[in-house]
Design a protein around this ligand. Structure first.
Ligand code: HEC
Ligand code: HEC
Ligand code: HEC
Ligand code: HEC
Ligand code: HEC
Length: 500
């Protein structure tokens, strides 16, 4: 039984190289299916196991396949044989008799080749699919992607695959991304990657192919109410309210422009910045479908901007990520992070100086993540033991919950291994420290007639409360004789007394 097959295997196992080839292909083939089975049944789920299954085994398989003919070649050279002598001696006289297509070698090689091609295709497709999983992107190069993975999981896009924003659609995009992935893998093997990963990301696909698959400009209309609570540094961590009525319209339907005006179909906003850092603007311009054109030029550039040569200046059409650069990898501001946890009820502010103590603990300087985690616990428990020894005993439970939450905030936002501190990646969807919107909306950018891009406090939002004790402090009443006066008064009172 199987005499011919045995003979064939013996024939290709003439040298050590050939034998290694057989061992590699066969074991990679079997292991691939074994691991795949274990993954399907959810026994192995780790990204590293996926890396082995979908990258290592197929590579090993192909490597083995290459070794086999090399083995033959080496044997042929050593024995000083011609090809037909070699075939005869390894597979027997009868294999070469009769027609070529009827010969054993031909058939065996044909069948094996078919199996190989099918297997490589299957492995290729599985590998591609696997590499599209956020789990792979986020954890395979643990140290490098750790921060992006942590922020991604806490974001509104935690169920959107990394590739939906980073790769986009089309064959070209796929090839580009795989090539750049290989480069990055190489860098992480050699440990030469940049820490932190530099931004802006220059090769991100245009938003039209990514973001706009799910959010399209016509969808933005009306207003979005934001009630922000800020807790004080005082003993009670007293809440103060900032209420913003964000004008998020694109302006087409309501005929009243708002924040998404920049990306409305009929408007095109372009800008030039130095080294594509997108921070200091040289000019910004608007082109509209009806032919309107306006350019606002920076009237007070500093010297190195003025002397910049052509290559250093990059021009870009504004899209989603010019404001939503932190759409997914959202790094918090330490104070705001604590405020948000208190607001959501994840932190209890019944202890004295809750806000102040946590904020101090998470912003202290720690050399690495481990010492950060330990340091936060020591700082907070130490503080209450020293200042409020009785409370520290009575409220031990609350304090340890507080510590855990504080450590969570720290772990998400600070990554010393990647040189990511508080504020390393600022968001442009606001105007903290005069970046974001105020990169263009400021008094420096002017058109030929000297008009500025407006920065009125009510251009982008109505302010309904500004660090007040109520959420809707500034709601105004209409004229006393107005027919709606009574209703307004009632609604206003309800609003003014709201605290949530
Ligand atoms: C909803 C879209 C979206 C998803 C999903 C997404 N990203 Fe991003 N990512 C972005 C945008 C936008 C930037 C660009 C930031 C910039 O240019 O300033 C970015 C930037 C990055 C950067 C550069 C560093 C940084 O924080 O700016 C890395 C690395 C990264 N993403 C990795 C990932 C990984 C890994 C995943 C999946 C676990 C992922 N991204 C999922 C939109 C996304
Ligand atoms: C695969 C679909 C998908 C893609 C692609 C996508 N998003 Fe989203 N986005 C969502 C979903 C779902 C939500 C959550 C909506 C919710 O929570 O109500 C969301 C929420 C948001 C929010 C609102 C968050 C908030 O606080 O309310 C912003 C801003 C946003 N996305 C911007 C972007 C940007 C910018 C991109 C491209 C870089 C993008 N999205 C790509 C599906 C997507
Ligand atoms: C000029 C800056 C800017 C641009 C460009 C921009 N956005 Fe926004 N977007 C904002 C601001 C500001 C908000 C409101 C802020 C908030 O919710 O905190 C917002 C809100 C949103 C929301 C939440 C809306 C809601 O109803 O809750 C989504 C989703 C969103 N943007 C997606 C996008 C997408 C997709 C694009 C590109 C097609 C885009 N944005 C372009 C600034 C911008
Ligand atoms: C790259 C430059 C640039 C950035 C960054 C930018 N804008 Fe604008 N914005 C403009 C220009 C240019 C105009 C048009 C000014 C004009 O025509 O008078 C404009 C107009 C507006 C308008 C008024 C639209 C109208 O016609 O009524 C709003 C609202 C607005 N921007 C909000 C924002 C917000 C919010 C941000 C930040 C999240 C922001 N912008 C960031 C360039 C920018
Ligand atoms: C070009 C548009 C624009 C202009 C002009 C503007 N803002 Fe804002 N403002 C924003 C956006 C966008 C945010 C971010 C909202 C969010 O938190 O998502 C914001 C946030 C704020 C916040 C909340 C900050 C926080 O603590 O989170 C305050 C307060 C504020 N603005 C006050 C002002 C005042 C005062 C002015 C006038 C000097 C002004 N804004 C002008 C767009 C604008």
């Amino acid at each position: 039984m199987f005499e011919k097959q045995k003979k064939f295997i013996r024939g290709i196992a003439l040298t050590l190289t050939g034998r290694l080839g057989i061992v590699f292909t066969t074991s990679a083939f079997i292991c691939f299916f074994l691991f795949e089975l274990l993954r399907v049944f959810g026994i192995l789920t780790n990204a590293y196991i996926g890396l082995i299954t979908y990258l290592l085994f197929p590579i090993l398989f192909i490597f083995g396949l290459i070794l086999i003919p090399i083995g033959w070649y080496l044997y042929k050279k050593k024995m000083k044989m011609s090809t037909s002598e070699l075939l005869k001696s390894s597979f027997g006289e009868e294999t070469l008799q009769g027609s070529v297509s009827g010969s054993l070698i031909f058939r065996t090689v044909l069948i094996l080749t078919l199996i190989n091609v099918l297997f490589i295709m299957l492995a290729g497709v599985s590998t591609m699919k696997f590499m599209d999983q956020p789990n792979f992107c986020g954890t395979a190069c643990h140290q490098v992607m750790g921060p992006e993975w942590a922020t991604y999981q806490a974001s509104p896009h935690a169920r959107v695959k990394c590739v939906e924003c980073h790769v986009g659609e089309g064959v070209q995009a796929l090839i580009d991304s795989k090539l750049s992935g290989l480069r990055q893998m190489w860098k992480s093997v050699l440990d030469t990657y940049e820490r932190p990963v530099p931004t802006p990301v220059h090769n991100l696909r245009p938003s039209r192919e990514t973001c706009e698959k799910c959010h399209w400009p016509e969808k933005f209309y009306g207003h979005k109410l934001k009630v922000i609570r800020r807790y004080g540094q005082d003993k009670d961590s007293t809440p103060r309210y900032i209420t913003l009525d964000m004008k998020i319209d694109t302006g087409k339907k309501a005929n009243k422009a708002g924040i998404h005006w920049h990306i409305a179909m009929e408007n095109q906003v372009r800008y030039a910045s130095l080294n594509d850092e997108r921070l200091e603007m040289l000019w910004a311009e608007v082109k509209q479908k009806d032919g309107t054109f306006r350019r606002f030029t920076n009237s007070s550039l500093d010297e190195n901007v003025e002397n910049a040569n052509e290559e250093e200046i990059s021009i870009r059409t504004m899209d989603c990520v010019d404001c939503h650069n932190r759409a997914t990898h959202i790094y918090e501001d330490p104070g705001n992070a604590v405020d948000e946890r208190i607001s959501k009820g994840q932190l209890d502010r019944s202890l004295p100086f809750t806000k102040r103590v946590i904020q101090a603990a998470i912003t202290a300087n720690y050399p690495d993540k481990k010492s950060g985690i330990v340091g936060i616990a020591n700082y907070m428990s130490g503080y209450y033991r020293r200042k409020y020894p009785n409370l520290a005993v009575q409220k031990m439970g609350i304090i340890s919950e507080m510590i855990e939450t504080a450590q969570g905030i720290y772990s998400r936002n600070v990554h010393p291994g990647m040189n990511i501190e508080w504020g390393t990646y600022p968001s442009f969807a606001g105007h903290k420290r005069d970046t974001g919107c105020f990169r263009c909306h400021n008094e420096k950018l002017k058109d030929e007639e000297g008009n500025m891009i407006s920065f009125d406090c009510t251009l982008c939002h109505s302010i309904l409360s500004y660090e007040e004790d109520k959420a809707f402090k500034y709601m105004e009443l209409p004229d006393k004789n107005s027919p709606n006066y009574k209703m307004h008064k009632m609604l206003r009172e309800e609003f003014l007394n709201r605290t949530d």
